[in-house]
Design a protein around this ligand. Structure first.
Ligand code: HEC
Length: 166
């Protein structure tokens, strides 16, 4: 005599197995990563982000560059980001109080890797559920967008923020 299984039991068990197996592969950091090196990033990578931009020297906000950046922001970012409020993605009006300018530019130019590997961005992903795509490949365009963001900051910069202009 056969004992009939509840019809949903088998697919559920399979699904759990598939998830369990998938969790063991891919880009996730190995569990033995030391606690002082989340995702094996260096301190500089944590602070400035992962990507081509390091140690920016910034002068006073350049209004012309910021205007160029505003156009790019409207085209490429405003579908998800607002300056003053949370939307599909975090508000950016206070982003420079939270992040270094290098971090912001690396996020713009190298979002895919940032989303995959940077612990702060992964935390945001867990909150917003949308992985930010890389939309800008030209460092000058990213620099213009940074200038726009500098020009609209609603929160004061954090102490030690290297603006280079004061
Ligand atoms: C498809 C939606 C989308 C687009 C388009 C997009 N972003 Fe994002 N962005 C996000 C999400 C969602 C996050 C939070 C991290 C995640 O989930 O990937 C984020 C995170 C960020 C962060 C980090 C914020 C923080 O608090 O640390 C910055 C900076 C940023 N985006 C800038 C931009 C800029 C500039 C553009 C335009 C070039 C842009 N994003 C385009 C969705 C988007």
């Amino acid at each position: 005599m056969t004992i009939p299984l509840p019809s949903r039991a088998v697919p559920t068990v399979l699904l759990v197995l598939v998830i369990a197996c998938a969790g063991g592969e891919g880009e996730a950091p190995p569990p033995e990563a030391p606690p002082d090196a989340p995702d094996r990033l260096t301190a500089v990578e944590i602070e400035q982000g992962l990507g081509p931009i390091r140690d920016l020297q910034l002068a006073d906000v350049d209004a012309e560059l910021a205007a160029l950046g505003e156009t790019a922001f409207t085209t490429k970012c405003s579908a998800c980001h607002r300056i003053d409020s949370r939307f599909v993605a975090p508000a950016l009006g206070d982003v420079l109080a939270r992040r270094r300018p290098e971090f912001v530019m690396n996020m713009i130019l190298n979002a895919d890797e940032m989303v995959r590997r940077h612990p702060a961005v992964r935390e945001l992903l867990a909150e917003f559920y949308t992985p930010m795509p890389t939309q800008v490949r030209d460092p000058e365009e990213a620099r213009a967008i940074l200038e726009f963001l500098r020009s609209v900051q609603t929160a004061s910069l954090s102490p030690g923020e290297p603006t280079g202009d004061r």
